[in-house]
Write a protein that binds this ligand. Structure first.
Ligand code: LLP
Length: 408
């Protein structure tokens, strides 16, 4: 945890809104999984969609991290930062031919979750190695938008289509070296993880998949956003996962690699968004704290109704009152919290929005033409500016530069 006094200092040094990431915690969480999961041939792939901050990616690389990527640009960013292609898995989704060729040229392994994409990949690149994403038929995740398995999801190949997968692979001489599933984000109980694992493992018999090198159980490891959230027994999780997989490998006749690809678990708790209150209103008794950030910087409360803990950094002992903490975007839904009890807020107070390391900056936008905040990474007692907020003037110039309007 970064102390509040330090967050205030960072805000003074770099201005607000400001994202702060605790690099030491990120490494602790990443490496901690290797200690937690009781299985020696383990690879943890950081799902870089959670936060593609290059400082975080470089830091993880120093600690030998693997990556889960979902777009060609994510693959290119990882390669440019020095990740070797064999440390990257590319999980495609509605892939175009052009994207397929772009990524294939990098030598990164494809994880394919649609029969038609597999057929296309086989036609273009017969004889390749490939990983197959199945839908493990378990509904789990923090809300319906992040449940990525079960009857209605767009993700993965149905387990009942396993023979079709095998036929396509045979036709094109594809070597299936990995099987994959991802159940959802923020999976509520360990039992749901085990159920997904068992479902996928039930498909993975040697007769059907003789060339397996690994099985990837996806991400979704839960993070506590609220102090009252149900606590996961991670020790039990790590032990049980190891047991399940060992048992499977015994039947399979070979010690395969086990992959997990968490995003939130590694980075969510490391992040803080520091914002400043500049406008207070009393709207017929409803107190509204207007800030200098908005859902263009952190959309999870608006999009998913997610809870993010907020603290008043500069008046922590103020009398508690109930506030709507809102942003500066021209939409009524632009609130970080509604009817939240907080120590009295004054104009000029700094607030911190916590657990903001995953899917916050990375889901940001330039909506209302407001630039994204500065991001700093703190590790080993260093304080590094990784991305710098660009000025309003520069942003306007950039829009013009990247457009072609002169002929209009
Ligand atoms: N692997 C695959 C194939 C995924 O689709 C995802 C996330 C992950 C791994 C990492 O999941 P995690 O460990 O981070 O839960 N924007 C949402 C989360 C979307 C997750 C999408 N897929 C949120 O803010 O809650």
């Amino acid at each position: 945890m970064i102390e509040n006094s330090k967050l205030i200092t960072y805000a003074k040094n770099h201005g607000t809104p400001l994202y702060v990431y605790d690099g030491d915690l990120i490494i602790q969480k990443y490496k901690g999984l290797y200690e937690l999961i009781d299985y020696p041939k383990l690879k943890v792939l950081y799902a870089m969609k959670a936060n593609y901050n290059v400082g975080i990616l470089k830091l993880l690389k120093k600690h030998n991290a693997y990556l889960d990527t979902v777009s060609p640009a994510e693959v290119f960013l990882a390669l440019k930062l020095g990740y070797e292609n064999e440390k990257i898995l590319f999980t495609s989704n509605n892939i175009t031919d052009e994207e397929m060729h772009e990524v294939q040229a990098t030598g990164v392994l494809f994880n394919i979750g649609a029969l038609s994409s597999l057929e296309k990949y086989g036609k273009y690149y017969p004889g390749s190695n490939v990983c197959i994403r199945f839908n493990p038929d378990v509904y789990a995740g923090e809300n319906k938008y992040v449940q990525t398995a079960g009857a209605l999801t767009k993700f993965g190949i149905l387990m009942s289509d396993v023979d079709k997968v095998i036929d396509i692979a045979k036709n094109y001489n594809l070597k299936i070296i990995g099987l994959h599933e991802h159940t959802g984000s923020g999976i509520g109980t360990t039992e749901q993880v085990f159920e997904s694992m068992n479902n996928l493992l039930s498909l993975a018999a040697k007769e059907k998949f003789p060339d397996l090198q690994f099985i990837d159980f996806g991400g979704g490891l839960k993070v506590n956003y609220t102090p009252l959230a149900r606590v996961i027994d991670w020790k039990y999780f790590g032990k049980k996962v190891g047991e399940l997989f060992r048992e499977f490998c015994k039947d399979y006749g070979k010690e395969l690699y086990m992959y997990f690809e968490p995003g939130k678990y590694i980075v969510a708790e490391s992040g803080y968004l520091i914002i400043e209150v500049n406008t207070l209103k009393n709207n017929r008794g409803r107190l509204i704290a207007g800030t200098n950030s908005g859902f263009n910087h952190l959309i999870r409360p608006l999009l998913y109704g997610s809870y993010h803990h907020i603290e008043n950094l500069t008046n922590p002992n103020g009398v508690k009152k109930v506030y709507d903490v809102c942003g500066n975007i021209c939409e009524s839904g632009d609130c970080f919290a509604e009817q939240r009890e907080l120590p009295e807020i004054r104009e000029g107070d700094l607030l911190t929005i916590k657990t903001a390391g995953a899917y916050c900056y990375s889901m940001g936008s330039l909506y209302n033409l407001r630039s994204m905040p500065t991001e700093i990474l703190v590790f080993d007692d260093k304080e590094i500016v990784v991305t710098q907020k660009i000025s309003n003037q520069k942003l306007a110039e950039q829009i013009i530069k990247s457009s072609n309007f002169e002929s209009i």
